[in-house]
Design a protein around this ligand. Structure first.
Ligand code: KG4
Ligand code: ZN
Length: 355
């Protein structure tokens, strides 16, 4: 029997230091994530300098731990992959330098992975999904609808013209004093809330195309808070606002993804699979709404387990498996890329749209 290839993946582009070993048979042999939440909590958001320093301190022990748990020696590795961007440049440099050092010392290939490609290909690791499929990629830095046509082949259907949806979750949480990261906190609060008490807009709903906008929704939440009676925001107020906000996001998602399903049908002659990825895809309510929409439209629905939706090393290792199979290795002169769009040919949604 041919031994399955084994790849070490390192992720350091945001506020998680993560490493994992994954093999070519889609087995996750280890998957270690160290969150820097406690380091950033006092500031209510990510501080790039603190993130970079924390990655420097954590990356060695985390890689060792991933190798130990996988029961793998460095000599058993076929390649080492690291996030090469997009992301906070200080952190990306730490991961890339670590991976290059291992590759050089062991004389194995180095692969620079686009973080978004890591999220985009996760459904092939977890579910063995075939190309093409429709992807809703929703995280703290990105909100995109893409057709994933192959490794390195992405067609962007839409993106946000202002804030990313995860950023909107984080800002709403901050306004309500719920801490960082906001997504899980807003989701928890929303379970005890009433969606109809506060009237919030559904930005872009009913418009042609697949672009998103969240900054007006965030402002509307701020206005609701300002219009509350004087005094601290009560638990019930916060719960109702979170429920209304999450419901507005759900309706916007359903509308935009509905249009993307039409576009996917035009391109590929019918229904296919809808995949969600990125940290916001961990949200149970949003998953339920998207699952129901997929059912309705004859699409299958693939939502990787939550811990593989948020940032992790396994998705980077797996993207490495896919790229190594195609011989797409990188040189040790690869320069980290703070901005790195998945579809360089995609039209910008409008001024200010994020890559
Ligand atoms: O993919 P990710 O871990 O990091 C980035 O690449 O950005 O996504 C982090 C984002 C944060 O904005 C966080 O608030 C959001 O995902 N998030 C959630 C949930 N869990 C994480 N948003 C809504 N509901 C959740 N349960
Ligand atoms: Zn991410």
């Amino acid at each position: 029997m041919v031994r399955a290839m084994k790849i070490l993946g390192i992720e350091t582009s945001c506020d998680e230091t993560a490493a994992a070993v994954v093999d070519g048979d889609r087995r996750i042999l280890s998957d270690i994530v160290r969150s820097q939440l406690d380091d950033h909590a006092p500031y209510g958001g990510i501080v790039p300098e603190i993130a970079a320093r924390a990655h420097v301190e954590a990356v060695g022990p985390i890689v060792d731990e991933a190798m130990r748990r996988a029961g793998t020696g460095y000599d058993d590795l076929d390649a080492v992959a690291a996030t090469g961007g997009p992301g906070l440049i200080g952190g990306v440099i730490v991961g890339v330098m670590t991976a290059k050092a291992i590759a050089a010392a062991r004389a194995i290939p180095f692969l620079a992975i686009n973080h978004l490609e890591g999220h985009a290909l996760t459904a092939r690791l977890t579910d063995g999904l075939d190309f093409p499929y429709l992807l809703l990629l929703v995280s703290g830095g990105h909100t995109q609808l893409l057709v994933v046509e192959g490794v390195g082949r992405y067609r962007r259907l839409g993106t946000t013209i202002d804030d990313a949806v995860g950023e909107a979750f984080d800002k709403v949480a901050k306004m309500l004093g719920l801490g960082y990261p906001g997504g899980p906190a807003v989701e928890r609060m929303a379970t005890d809330g009433e969606t109809a008490r506060f009237k919030l807009p559904r930005p872009m709903k009913g418009r042609a195309g697949c672009d998103f906008s969240f900054s007006g929704l965030k402002t509307a939440v701020r206005q609701c808070i300002e219009n509350l009676p004087p005094g601290p925001v009560t638990q019930q107020d916060a719960a109702d606002l979170c429920a209304a906000f999450q419901q507005a996001v759900a309706e916007v998602f359903a509308d935009r993804v509905g249009n993307a399903m039409d576009a996917f049908g035009d391109l590929h002659g019918g229904a296919g699979a809808l995949v969600v990825a990125g940290g916001v895809a961990a949200n149970t309510r949003l998953r339920a709404v998207l699952g129901a929409l997929a059912d309705d439209r004859g699409f299958s629905f693939v939502a990787p387990p939550s811990r593989l939706c948020t940032d992790n090393g396994a998705m980077i290792a797996w993207a490495g498996v896919e790229r190594l199979r195609l011989g797409l290795v990188d040189g040790l002169d690869f320069a980290p890329r703070p901005r790195w769009p998945l579809d360089p040919d995609a039209p910008r949604a409008s001024a200010g749209a994020k890559a």
